[in-house]
Design a protein around this ligand. Structure first.
Ligand code: CMX
Length: 140
């Protein structure tokens, strides 16, 4: 995979506004963007720390990955995202190594990144995301 860094840590929260207020007022971080991702039925809020982001995720529908997660396990770390290059090649490599893919091909996620998830049952219980900046996508 050779990730360059942790792109973001996704945290599932019940109430986006109170979680934003926690990171702003207690940690002194600035929320630089709030984005709806209708495809995933979530509203997201982003904070930058060095090269890594904190992505707060609030479900907009109980029947969504984040809604189901909170219902089953409560609030908490939902996923870790690694920055990679040539994401489709990395997915092929993971699949050939027997890792269960949620997305067999990268798709467009929040922040305009190309993203794909690996199933937590194949990754020691951690929902794992691969991210590639869209202008770095290689289809060859
Ligand atoms: N981390 C670790 N384990 C998780 C998990 C998570 N985030 N979400 C679900 N699981 C576990 C469940 O606890 C459950 O385990 P058990 O069978 O031992 O109880 C198992 O995975 C199956 O969970 P489920 O509730 O039945 O849910 P589904 O199988 O329907 O879906 C998953 C699970 C991971 C495939 C689904 O959540 C998914 O496709 N996630 C990727 C997309 C996503 O999470 N989008 C939201 C973020 C979007 C963004 O960042 O923009």
């Amino acid at each position: 995979m050779n990730p360059s860094h942790i792109e973001h840590i996704g945290i599932a929260v019940e109430d986006l506004e109170s979680a934003i207020s926690f990171y702003e007022n207690i940690f002194g971080l600035k929320c630089y963007k709030i984005e709806d991702v209708p495809d995933q039925k979530v509203k997201t809020a982003f904070f930058m720390i060095g090269e890594t982001k904190i992505e707060l995720l609030a479900s907009t529908d109980t029947d969504s990955p984040v809604g189901k997660f909170i219902e089953k396990r409560g609030e908490g770390i939902h996923h870790i995202a690694f920055a990679v290059e040539k994401i489709d090649e990395k997915l092929k490599f993971a699949s050939e190594a027997g890792i269960r893919l949620i997305d067999s091909k990268a798709r467009r996620g929040a922040e305009g990144l190309n993203i794909a998830f690996l199933h937590p049952k194949s990754t020691f219980g951690v929902l794992t995301e691969l991210c590639e900046e869209s202008n770095k996508k290689h289809n060859d």
